[in-house]
Ligand binder design. Structure first.
Ligand code: ATP
Length: 251
């Protein structure tokens, strides 16, 4: 069964102003799927529909067979915790330590009482340390999040997402706040976990070259529609003109 099957997805925040139009995407392999497209074309809206931060106006989002677009309440919480999220601005709790931030990825699996008291199981704490080693922050567990660089913060955000045991990972412009070298390092890390841990990872990204370098598949969006879905080396200048419009920027 495919991890994620999106069929006929459409969304309008305001009536008669469609943002997503008839999106059809199937994700059934590990690796990076880069989503490119101009500002305002609906890339973030698509990710927010998949993890149900917003309820789509129509269509289905089958997550291993369960329709995320249709569920509510507890089933929705159970589905949502299997979707890891990595954000442009990291979304860490600044006053908490790195380890505590990673552990928050586990809150969706705990009872309200244990979550409120931050009573994490010994196994979760051990795993959080392992994940910090995996993302290269083994020596930073006790530091406060606000003492870290942007690249280090994003590594914490990735470890926190992994703490959820996600079936799918969604990254919304994870490199947009980072310098070029750190951006490459973060994409390398996401690619390693997408391939080695076998997690399909959808990445919204503005940097087409970075997308080409790391993605195994690219989805180009324009005007709320998918206009390219295929291999990175299949994207031509004509496709890029269709996605972004104009051509002077290509030279
Ligand atoms: N909560 C909202 N209410 C109304 N309109 C919204 C809301 N969120 C986004 N939009 C509009 O939906 C459109 C798509 O926005 P979205 O953030 O999904 O685009 P994007 O492709 O991710 O852009 P960017 O690359 O700049 O992040 C934009 O016109 C935006 O103004």
């Amino acid at each position: 069964m495919s991890d994620l099957v999106i069929r006929g997805l459409h969304h309008a925040y305001v009536a008669d102003t469609p943002i997503l139009r008839d999106i059809n995407i199937t994700i059934d392999e590990p690796g990076i799927v880069a989503i490119i497209g101009p500002s305002g074309t609906g890339k973030s809206t698509l990710l927010r529909c998949i993890n149900r931060l917003i309820k789509p106006s129509g269509g289905s989002i089958l997550f291993r067979g369960d329709d995320v677009a249709a569920v509510q309440g507890r089933p929705l919480r159970e589905l949502r915790r299997q979707v890891g999220m990595v954000f442009q601005e990291y979304n860490l709790v600044e006053r908490l330590t790195v380890l505590e931030n990673v552990l928050t990825g586990r809150l969706g699996y705990m009872s309200a009482w244990k979550a409120w008291r931050r009573q994490f199981a010994a196994e979760d704490i051990r795993r959080a340390f392992d994940l910090l080693d995996f993302v290269g922050l083994g020596d930073f567990a006790k530091q406060r999040a606000d003492a870290l660089s942007g690249g280090q913060r994003q590594r914490v955000g990735i470890a926190r997402a992994l703490m959820q045991d996600p079936v799918v990972l969604l990254a919304d412009e994870p490199t947009s706040s980072l310098d070029p070298k750190t951006s490459v390092e973060i994409m390398e890390l996401l690619t390693t976990l997408a391939n080695d841990k076998g997690i399909p990872t959808l990445v919204n990204i503005h940097d087409v070259n970075l997308a080409r370098r790391f993605a195994k598949r690219m989805i180009g969006m324009s005007g709320g529609e998918v206009v390219y879905d295929g291999a990175p080396d299949g994207i031509t200048d004509d496709h890029l003109k269709r996605i972004y419009g104009g051509e002077s920027w290509l030279s």
